[in-house]
Design a protein around this ligand. Sequence first.
Ligand code: DGL
Length: 268
Amino acid sequence: MSTIGFFDSGLGGLSILELALDQLPLHDYVYLADTAHNPYGQRASTWIRQRGLAIVEHLSIKRGCDVIVVACNTATAEAILDIRLHFPHLRIIGVEPGIKPATLQSKTKTIGILATKATLESKKFNDLIGTMPPGFEFLKIPGTGLVELIEAASKDELSIEIWLQEHLQGLRKSHADTLVLGCTHYPFIKDLVQNHLGPQTQLIDTGQAVVSHLARHLHQEDVSIAPTKAKGSLLLLCNIDPSLFLFKAQKLLKNPLIANSSTEFLAL
Ligand code: DGL
């Protein structure tokens, strides 16, 4: 079986890991939360690239991961090309805002995209927008400050509601019928965003598409290796207070592997 490394600046990538644990439970997982450097969204491209390379090196060499999920839109946007170049022997799977599915679903052809400033300004993201069919209007909404609120108190609904009130005003006044959640932290507040915007706005996130992609890869690559274990394992790594991180992760994730996971302080 594969050892699959996930990384993000913090809790966000857990929204994808949760689906992977549910659907692909026989593998071993290592989740690296770079909490000492959270959030990534305001950082410079070069910094994000170098950090992504250092993390993938750690996951592959020190932790034996042969598949890496870059469970962060910001790191995917800024670092995945370099990561693939430096580690051609690894399978690297990234996550991108679901703009294509949004264009297939939007009737008004006006689509909001909520993502970090770094993602919205990245070349990869703007190249992706450039490949979309003509006639669509894309409203880019930088999620500045939102990741911090989700990290600080995953259940502090009031501060998140106030943030949404302030920052989604333009979207509410527009003709947008679709909002792309372009950061892996945002699925954790999907219900709040949906309540705020009402049922007429459809929300798009790509967590399931990433896990389906991972599953296709694992079935192709591991076809000769029959599952021998009843279930896999999960190791959580983080560079600030691992027990606090585990506490927050257990609040967010229901999968039993989380309860049986081990945590380690990461000196990286
Ligand atoms: N969850 C990440 C993303 O998908 C990182 C956000 C941040 O650290 O600013 O973009």
